[in-house]
Design a protein around this ligand. Structure first.
Ligand SMILES: [Fe+2]
Ligand SMILES: [Fe+2]
Length: 178
């Protein structure tokens, strides 16, 4: 987790980072359900994980990644991260087909992917993009400063975030738009 360069203070980066937390927590719940043999619950949690992950990766790809890709310094790295999005989708589809044997490796790959973004690309974006670019990125209606909630009434929802008021720190954060 990048907690020292201030990139989380940028609304978009703060939102993407909070979405990572929600995705990882949903993955943890899914892993426990599969380990416990709770198949119906696992199927529902898999849907929830996908409904958190897909808007997140779509937002990354059409916004921050598209902007960074224009700089050839980042093109290859961004393309690799997009390839990892596709790989994660394929692994999720295998689970959806009823084969959970790759779930642990999938969740490991997901956490590694997130680490590359939070400790690599996001801090790099902060020093590389200019004010106009950030302004453009923040015009995306999906940028709300808070993570998207897949199933607001889902019983697992609060547990998925680990505590009752997971985003208080986000709303309290200065809404800087570098
Ligand atoms: Fe990503
Ligand atoms: Fe991400």
């Amino acid at each position: 987790m990048c907690s020292y360069c201030g990139c989380r203070d940028v609304v978009l980066i703060g939102q993407l980072t909070a979405e990572h937390e929600a995705v990882v927590n949903a993955g943890g719940l899914l892993q426990r359900a599969v380990a416990a043999g709770e198949t119906h619950r696992a199927v529902r949690l898999l849907e929830e994980l996908e409904s958190l992950l897909h808007p997140h990766t779509a937002l990354e790809e059409r916004g921050l990644f598209a902007e960074l890709r224009q700089d050839e310094v980042f093109t290859e790295h961004v393309d690799r991260l997009c390839g990892e999005h596709r790989d994660l989708d394929e692994r999720l589809a295998v689970c959806r087909g009823g084969d959970w044997s790759g779930l642990e490796a999938l969740l490991f790959a997901l956490r590694e992917h997130i680490e590359k973004e939070e400790n690599g690309l996001f801090p790099a974006a902060l020093t590389s993009l200019d004010g106009d670019q950030w302004e453009r990125l923040h015009e995306d209606p999906a940028v709300t400063g808070t993570p998207q909630h897949a199933h607001p009434h889902d019983q697992d929802h609060q547990h998925a975030h680990g505590h009752d008021h997971p985003h208080d720190h986000d709303s309290a954060r200065p809404q800087a738009q570098v």
